[in-house]
Design a protein around this ligand. Structure first.
Ligand SMILES: C[S@@+](CC[C@H](N)C(=O)[O-])C[C@H]1O[C@@H](n2cnc3c(N)ncnc32)[C@H](O)[C@@H]1O
Length: 280
C-alpha cells in the first residue's frame, strides 16, 4: 500500500511544478517514498505525512526547497554520452575559434549543471585540445536550481565511483588530484568554471551571450509549455551562430522551429535557423 495519500501526492505535484517546473507523473509513489522518507527522517519527522503537513503549514524553514532538491534527479557523469565532447573538439570549437578571432572570447554554458561534471568536462576539453586558447577569455558557466549541487560542483570533489563513470584515466591524473578517498579537480580547471544557482523557469538573470549551450537531461522533466519558453530564452541569450546540445532523449521536435538539427553534420547539435551573418 502506498504511504502517500492522493491529496498529499497532488500537493507534492503542485509544489514541484510551481518551484521548478517539474512534472511528477501519476504512479510515482515509489519515488516519493524513496526520496522523501529519508528527508523526513533527516529532519526528525516521523513520516512523509508529517513532512507534507509541515510543508503545507510552512512550519519548517526552506522545506519546499528541500523537498524539490530531494525529488530532483541529479544524475550526471564526466564526458556523459561522449559524442558532444568529441563534437566540441572536432568541429564546434575549431569553427568558433575562426568566428571569434577578433574578440578572442568564448562563452560556454552548462544549464542544469548538477554536480559539475559536464562543465568540468568542457573545461578539460578546452584545456586539453586547444592550447591556442590560453590567451583568450574563456568563460564557462554552470547553473542549477539546486543549491546543494551547486555547492558540490564548486567544491569539485568526486568519489572514485563518480570518476570511474566516464573520466578517462589519462585526464584523471592530469586534471584531478587524489585527496583522501576523493578526487578533486585541479585549481586551474576549477577556476575556469563559474557555478551559480539559477532556476530555468524563473526570469533569467543576466548571462553573457553564449556560444555553446549544453541543455542536457533536464528538459525531459518539463512539460511542453515550459520547454518552449526555455527554448525561446536560449535563443535570446545565445549568439546567432551558437551551438546547442540537448540530451540523448531530448529534441526540439514539435516545440520550436527556431533551432534545427545541423543537417550537414547529421550530428547531435542544434543551430539557430536564421543564423545570418554574426556581428560582434
Ligand atoms: C539529470 S541532471 C543533468 C545534469 C547534466 N546536465 C547532465 O546531463 O549530466 C538534471 C539537473 O537539472 C536540475 N534542474 C531541475 N529543474 C531545474 C530548473 N527548473 N532549473 C534549473 N535546473 C533544474 C536538477 O537540479 C538536476 O541537477
Amino acid at each position: 500500500m502506498p504511504n502517500v495519500c492522493p491529496a498529499d501526492y497532488q500537493f507534492l505535484q503542485a509544489l514541484l511544478y510551481k518551484q521548478a517546473g517539474l512534472v511528477l507523473d501519476a504512479a510515482k509513489e515509489y519515488l516519493v517514498e524513496a526520496r522523501l522518507g529519508p528527508l523526513a527522517k533527516k529532519l526528525g519527522m516521523e513520516s512523509i505525512d508529517a513532512l507534507v503537513l509541515a510543508a503545507k503549514n510552512r512550519s519548517a524553514p526552506d522545506l519546499e526547497q528541500k523537498i524539490v532538491e530531494a525529488m530532483t534527479i541529479h544524475e550526471s557523469s564526466f564526458f556523459r554520452d561522449w559524442k558532444p565532447f568529441e563534437a566540441l573538439r572536432q568541429k564546434v570549437i575549431p569553427d568558433l575559434i575562426k568566428a571569434r578571432e577578433n574578440t578572442r572570447k568564448l562563452y560556454f554554458w552548462s544549464a542544469a549543471s548538477s554536480t559539475g561534471q559536464e562543465a568540468y568536462s568542457i573545461a578539460m576539453q578546452v584545456r586539453e585540445h586547444f592550447p591556442q586558447l590560453s590567451n583568450w577569455t574563456i568563460t564557462i558557466i554552470g547553473t542549477d536550481v539546486s543549491a546543494s549541487v551547486v555547492a558540490q560542483a564548486r567544491a569539485g570533489a568526486y568519489s572514485q565511483l563518480e570518476v570511474n563513470r566516464g573520466m578517462p584515466a589519462r585526464l584523471l591524473t592530469k586534471y584531478m588530484r587524489s585527496e583522501g578517498a576523493n578526487w578533486v579537480v585541479r585549481d586551474d580547471i576549477r577556476k575556469m568554471v563559474d557555478f551559480r544557482q539559477m532556476n530555468l523557469i524563473r526570469p533569467w538573470p543576466f548571462l553573457p551571450r553564449m556560444d555553446v549551450v549544453f541543455l542536457r537531461n533536464v528538459l525531459i522533466y518539463f512539460d511542453a509549455g515550459t520547454k518552449r519558453t526555455i527554448f525561446s530564452h536560449v535563443k535570446e541569450i545565445s549568439a546567432p551562430d551558437s551551438y546547442l546540445f540537448l540530451g540523448a532523449a531530448e529534441s526540439t521536435l514539435g516545440l520550436t522551429e527556431e533551432f534545427v538539427k545541423d543537417p550537414a553534420e547529421g550530428a547531435t547539435w542544434y543551430r539557430q535557423k536564421n543564423r545570418g551573418e554574426v556581428t560582434l
